[in-house]
Design a protein around this ligand. Structure first.
Ligand code: ADP
Ligand code: ADP
Ligand code: MG
Length: 456
């Protein structure tokens, strides 16, 4: 058996770096933070047992610099690298480099990441595992004539998706056959620039859906699921508010979707934590696989809050070769949790980034309140990185209590010096439609339109 991890190099920043440091401390694992020059004075650097600067602020020279990160792991004698989310977390070349250099990786193998990271290949694997997928093209589409044929079959509007897309980018809705050829050429060019891969495919564009995803965890022997998260509250295909359990999923449906997720993981030999994403049709009640994220996700805490299971600790435990030590029946769901992503963005200015220095800071507290953030008074939010600066996760015995608690905590939260999306979250949580739980992925856009019209 592999020895448990003695030290871990964290190749990330912000709240997720701190999240991993905390799990390491509780497990007695030495935490080593690899950081850029811009993050030298950040809270995660000060709280890690050790830190090492891997390059300048620009992500390609630091957090996306595979060679610098692997070298940092070797120099510090780290037994494994935790990639967090974003950056190199789903980069199979990076994981292959770790494997070649004999550095551990907290996540699945390079081979599994490569296969599931290609959304076209992932859909093929899903179909092989008997998991329903959104109707669309069988594989990549590059020929306008073929696109037209597929378009006739699936109907309009349709969605062109980049095989290597992520973070809500690489998706394009096509309203009619007239613009299809031009849209295809454009999105292929964009995908080439953004992801270094021009492959795209076509899916039916479903309009009345919810985003339902299943958290899975496997030690290579047993694959368990930890229920669903509902990430229907999205803006431009990016998640804003996530909750668990979903307000619309009953136990029988949960079981059905979760079983599909586990079947898919078993088909590819998935090891460690992962998320299988589905869209759920509000009208038919059918679910369709869309993609798998082969890493820890931003919204993992809502699952932790309702199951009492620390997912990052499980990740570290599995990477150290230890068994899960859990059975499916040990996973019990209790209460309801809601997460608001707090971004340093100005909702009134089209969510423009709002970097700067935090001049005053007050964290909310009390029963059922969890704030995952690296912010503190004096901290700086550099302009080079993602604008998400924290996550407020609130637990309640039921959904109403979780919402009331989140509103109370948002009121307590104070972040001075930059504009954040905290006030916007209060407005959404107060809206009757959000409170009813009956909405779809288009809701936030509608909500913003109404808000905008209501303004003088
Ligand atoms: P990403 O890799 O950027 O997360 P996904 O494939 O997960 O891309 O899709 C992001 C979001 O786009 C989904 O959560 C969903 O809201 C929307 N979406 C994806 N596929 C479809 C589809 N076929 N029809 C309608 N909406 C979709
Ligand atoms: P998830 O699938 O986990 O919900 P996304 O699909 O939104 O998350 O992808 C992760 C996002 O997080 C990416 O858009 C990336 O730019 C961003 N990101 C990466 N690292 C960090 C970080 N340290 N702090 C905040 N955001 C980050
Ligand atoms: Mg996704």
């Amino acid at each position: 058996m592999t020895p448990p991890l003695s030290s871990v190099l964290i190749a990330n920043r912000g709240e997720i770096a701190l999240r991993v440091i905390r799990a390491c401390k509780e497990l007695g694992i030495r935490s080593i933070l690899a950081h850029s020059e811009a993050d030298r004075d950040s809270l995660p650097v000060r709280l890690a047992d050790q830190s090492i600067c891997i390059g300048p602020a620009a992500v390609n020279l630091s957090y996306r610099n595979a060679h610098a990160i692997v070298t940092a792991a070797q120099l510090t004698g780290a037994s494994a690298i935790h990639p967090g989310y974003g950056f190199l977390s789903e980069n199979s070349d990076f994981v292959a480099l770790c494997e070649a250099e004999g550095v551990g990786f907290v996540g699945p193998s390079a081979e599994v990441i490569r296969r599931m990271g290609d959304k076209i290949e992932a859909k093929k694997i899903a179909r092989r595992a008997g998991v329903p997928t959104v109707p669309g093209s069988d594989g990549a589409i590059s020929d306008p004539e073929e696109a037209r044929r597929v378009g006739e079959q699936v109907g309009f509007p349709l969605l062109i998706k980049a095989a290597a897309g992520g973070g809500g980018r690489g998706l394009r809705v096509v309203e009619s056959a007239e613009t299809l050829a031009a849209d295809l050429a454009e999105i292929m060019a964009e995908a080439e620039v953004a992801f270094g891969d021009a492959s795209v495919y076509i899916e039916r564009y479903l309009t009345d859906i919810r985003h339902i995803e299943i958290q899975v965890i496997s030690d290579g022997v047993a694959t368990l699921h930890l229920g669903e998260r509902d990430c229907t509250a999205q803006r431009r295909n990016q998640k804003l508010i996530e909750e668990a359990p979903s307000p619309v999923i009953d136990p029988a449906t949960r079981e059905k979707i979760a079983r599909a997720a586990v079947a898919l993981c078993e088909e590819v030999g998935y090891v460690n934590a992962g998320t299988v994403e589905f869209v759920y049709d509000n009208v038919s009640g059918e679910h369709y696989f869309i993609e798998m994220n082969t890493r820890i996700q931003v919204e993992h805490p809502v699952t932790e809050m309702i199951t009492g299971i620390d997912l990052i600790k499980l990740q570290l435990q599995i990477a150290g070769g230890q068994p899960l030590g859990l059975r499916q029946e040990d996973v019990q769901i209790r209460g309801h949790a809601i997460e608001c992503r707090v971004n340093a963005e100005d909702a009134a200015r089209g969510f423009a980034p709002s970097p700067g220095t935090i001049t005053g800071f007050r964290a909310p507290g009390g029963f059922g309140v969890r704030l995952d953030t690296h912010l503190e008074a004096g901290a700086s939010i550099p302009p080079f990185y993602d604008s998400m600066v924290g996550k407020l996760i609130c637990w309640g015995r039921d959904r109403d209590e979780a919402i009331a608690r989140a509103l109370r905590a948002l009121e307590e939260l104070r972040i001075d010096g930059v504009v954040t999306t905290a006030r916007f979250h209060e407005e959404v949580l107060n809206s009757p439609t959000f409170r009813s739980g009956a909405f779809n992925t288009g809701y936030i856009a509608e909500f913003m339109k109404v808000q905008h019209h209501a303004q003088p």
